[in-house]
Design a binder for this molecule. Structure first.
Ligand code: URA
Ligand code: SF4
Length: 204
């Protein structure tokens, strides 16, 4: 079956995975993208954050969460008392999926097939990092981490016990960028911070 499996080196450290990902042809998303975007942060972190996929900025710079969603995430981490330098940050899907609209590249959600194809990378990362807690940011990440569809509203903020690590599901920071009025932004931001704090406590 198609998927990243044959490109993922066995029992490899994060630095080796991060090199190997550039050769991945596990789905068609590598073609239009500038480059694969792997992870940032220490490879022995207690907390792993999983996003959806790189955005436009991440695709150009080769680093996760360096664009607008990354700014929201950094603020939320700080408010939750989590040191951004101490968490390992990655994405469910390692290549940017987009549609072209003139000169602009518009984010397009990955399909379930892309999430499935890419999940061997995430599994290899979790085997290498061995975190205590994995935070899934949004529905795509939750599907990748838990292996099934998740309703974020129903599941968010709970500590889901796993065999090797706990999982906390929360919203994606980019969802906050769409909120126009201050009050709803504030409420959603506080909810994100509360979920991150729950994850921090579970990791402590
Ligand atoms: N959104 C994500 O899910 N991941 C990134 O790296 C950037 C934006
Ligand atoms: Fe490989 Fe994932 Fe990129 Fe698809 S999105 S080519 S599976 S790294």
């Amino acid at each position: 079956r198609p998927g990243a499996e044959e490109w993922v080196p066995a029992s490899a450290r994060v630095d080796k995975l991060a090199q190997a990902v550039h050769d991945c042809r596990g789905c068609e998303l590598w073609g239009p993208a500038t480059q694969a975007v792997f992870s940032s942060g220490p490879d022995d972190a207690a907390v792993v954050l999983v996003g959806e996929q790189p955005g436009d900025r991440e695709d150009r710079e080769g680093e996760p969460f360096v664009g607008p969603a990354g700014r929201v995430l950094a603020e939320a981490l700080e408010a939750a008392g989590l040191d951004a330098e101490q968490v390992y940050v990655t994405n469910a899907v390692k290549h940017f999926r987009f549609t072209e609209r003139g000169k602009r590249r518009l984010h397009k959600k990955p399909d379930v097939a892309h999430i499935r194809a890419c999940v061997p990378w995430l599994e290899a990362e979790l085997s290498a990092v061995r975190p205590r807690v994995v935070v899934a940011l949004g529905a795509t990440a939750a599907r990748a981490v838990l292996g099934h569809e998740v309703r974020i509203g129903a599941e968010r903020g709970q500590v889901l016990d796993g065999e090797t690590h706990d999982v906390v599901v929360t919203t994606h920071p980019s969802a906050l960028l769409r909120l126009r009025d201050r009050a709803s932004y504030g409420a959603e931001f506080d909810a994100l911070v509360a979920d991150l704090r729950t994850a921090a406590d579970a990791a402590a």
